[in-house]
Write a protein that binds this ligand. Structure first.
Ligand SMILES: [Zn+2]
Length: 311
């Protein structure tokens, strides 16, 4: 898997990254000047030619890879491993495969997850004649039991025995035959679900859900809101189904249970970003393993992260 020179050698890896990100025209990450730079004595370090800037930069400046002591060819191996495995790869596996410390592996994994996260404003999903499936699921346990104000007055604050309340809710939207967007929400109620659906789905879309009470109100804002009745064991009626979003959830849950058993709630959105990224760049959509790794690497820009300690 790692025979290519950029997986073997730090300088080859740097050249690979320079070509992938800049294609021969370095861009100053400090001021945005294109091709206005000259090389310094240090390999891979450029100095901006703009009189107001004149700062040094390299291909990793202002990226998730900045100020990392890990060699760049090891980074590229980590990108390849994380984008190729359907269910993800744990920090322990990365630590063994890459021969870096567990701590380094943990940092690599979280930064690569950040690179996979789609940033900025995304266009709405769906559109005229298109179908968007919406569904919610629950994963893991929140660190603090949720408190009901009514029960608190009664002196028994914690909601117990209500299965879903003790889990972390995740809402996902999938365009049929296309991409997914998933969200970790504090509570999956009609208001928070409606806000997500409204912000992300084109009004001309057909919205497909199960018969959950979360969707009927927001559903009226779309071209159609069609439901399948899971309690009556109905999973598809014509083209009405939520099978795609459920398939996404099952890959996510199997991956999380098998690979990432201990995920802190504050990191859950990054794990979701990782599963979204692989789903959105899957082979069925014409993306192969090599292209998927390149797309993740292109996401390194403008996403610096600092973490104090691995958990
Ligand atoms: Zn500059």
């Amino acid at each position: 898997m790692f025979n290519a020179p950029h997986f073997q050698n730090h300088d080859k890896a740097r050249e690979y990254l320079e070509t992938l990100r800049w294609n021969g025209e370095p861009v100053c990450p400090h001021c945005g000047t294109i091709d206005g730079h000259y090389p310094t004595k240090r390999a891979g370090v450029w100095r901006c030619h703009s009189p107001e800037c004149r700062k040094d930069f390299s291909v990793t400046t202002k990226t998730v890879m900045e100020s990392s002591h890990i060699k760049l060819h090891i980074w590229l191996q980590a990108f390849a491993l994380m984008t190729a495995s359907k269910k993800g790869i744990s920090a322990h596996q990365l630590h063994r495969s890459l021969k870096v410390t567990y701590k380094s592996a943990w940092f690599l994994a979280h930064r690569i997850r950040e690179a996979m996260r789609s940033g900025g404003l995304l266009p709405p999903m769906g559109g005229e004649g298109k179908i968007v499936e919406a569904d919610e699921t629950y994963y893991g346990k929140p660190e603090k039991p949720r408190v009901s104000p009514r029960r608190e007055k009664e002196g028994r604050p914690y909601i117990k025995g209500e299965k879903n309340r003790n889990n972390r809710p995740v809402v996902a939207l999938v365009e049929r035959g296309g991409r997914v967007r998933s969200f970790h929400v504090p509570v999956a109620d009609a208001a928070s679900v409606a806000a997500i659906v409204r912000d992300n789905v084109h009004r001309e879309s057909r919205l497909h859900t199960d018969e959950s009470r979360l969707y009927p109100v927001v559903g009226r804002e779309f071209a159609a809101h069609e439901t399948v009745n899971h309690s009556a064991k109905e999973y598809a009626r014509g083209d009405v189904t939520t099978n795609t979003v459920e398939t996404y959830f099952s890959v996510f849950k199997r991956g999380m249970r098998g690979t990432y058993q201990h995920c802190k709630e504050k990191h859950l959105h990054r794990y979701l970003a990782e599963f979204d990224f692989r789903f959105n760049n899957r082979i069925a959509l014409g993306v192969n393993d090599g292209e998927r790794a390149e797309l993740a690497i292109k996401g390194i820009e403008g996403k610096r992260l600092t973490y104090r300690q691995p958990h």
